[in-house]
Design a protein around this ligand. Structure first.
Ligand SMILES: NC(=O)c1ccc[n+]([C@@H]2O[C@H](COP(=O)([O-])OP(=O)(O)OC[C@H]3O[C@@H](n4cnc5c(N)ncnc54)[C@H](O)[C@@H]3O)[C@@H](O)[C@H]2O)c1
Length: 260
């Protein structure tokens, strides 16, 4: 039996990049996957790809910053498949500017998509996960939120806020077997285009099955989404396995200067 047989997963921002890779990976493990994105066309294209490959997926439009749209999306998935077991909060954008040039609207928008968007999605599934006493929620943070990165005051603040949200939800969810963790990834996607060298990008394709420590990364995504550690931050690029994001991201920073 595959790891996610009979489980239902919602992946946000799954029309491209890491979200697409998570959605395809979960479907290969047997999950029914709601591929959601602000772009309905992109969501549908990834869902079609999964269905054509023998998996089960639906593509749905939802802007994570819009709480009402998120609630409708979660209701639609629950009506279709009976429950949401796994939520991967992955949707994201960048609006990089040095702090002196950063306008309040650049700050608000990034916080709205990353932090409030993750809140909206977690909030929309929380009640049913509590009732069923099962849930796996992943946030997607960044080394930028843990250590900072030039030009990313908005993004770094939002990404650090997600770790704070995880820290509370993993405590509150524990007795309901709702396990909450955070990924701090690095991948060559449209988001990092121009930020990482071609040489590094070549080993950081989100869908690349074997690269560097990718096997470990894949296992970690699977473990977080399925068996579930609790309240951990994990970044691709780590060399140790201690669940210590300090050591983890130090190593990550040495290897990949650009942190997104
Ligand atoms: N690529 C990296 O190295 C890296 C590093 C650290 C963190 N991250 C985080 O990983 C996540 C995925 O990044 P990626 O590199 O795959 O980016 P990407 O740009 O390839 O994909 C992001 C997806 O999110 C969607 N999206 C944007 N705004 C949305 C919204 N309001 N509602 C729903 N969907 C929305 C986009 O349409 C796109 O399909 C992001 O949260 C990003 O901050 C990425």
């Amino acid at each position: 039996m595959r790891g996610f047989e009979n489980r239902v997963a919602v992946v946000t921002g799954a029309g491209a990049g890491l979200g697409r890779s998570h959605a395809i990976g979960l479907a290969k493990e047997g999950a029914k996957v709601a591929v959601t994105d602000v772009s309905e066309a992109a969501a549908r294209a990834v869902a079609d790809e999964i269905n054509t490959g023998g998996g089960e997926a639906v593509g749905l439009a939802a802007d994570v910053a819009d709480a009402a749209a998120v609630a409708r999306m979660i209701d639609a998935v629950t009506a279709k498949w009976g429950a949401v077991d796994v939520l991967v909060n992955n949707a994201g954008i960048l609006r990089d500017k040095s702090f002196g040039k950063l306008e309040p609207e650049d700050f608000d928008l990034v916080v709205k998509v990353h932090l409030a968007g993750s809140f909206n999605c977690a909030k929309a599934v929380w009640g049913q996960m509590r009732e069923r006493r099962y849930g796996r929620i992943l946030f997607t943070s960044s080394a930028s939120g843990i250590y900072g990165n030039f030009g990313q005051a908005n993004y770094g603040a939002a990404k650090a806020g997600m770790i704070g949200l995880m820290n509370v939800l993993h405590l509150e969810g524990a007795k309901y077997d709702i396990r909450v963790n955070t990924l701090a990834p690095t991948a060559a996607t449209q988001m990092t285009a121009g930020l990482i060298s071609e040489q590094v990008a070549a080993v950081l394709a989100p869908e690349r099955p074997v690269a560097h420590d990718h096997g470990r990364w894949r296992r970690r995504v699977r473990r977080f989404a399925h068996h579930g550690d609790r309240g951990r931050v994990s970044s691709r690029g780590r060399t140790d396995d201690r669940g210590d994001h300090g050591a983890d991201c130090g190593d990550f920073r040495r290897r990949h200067r650009a942190s997104v």
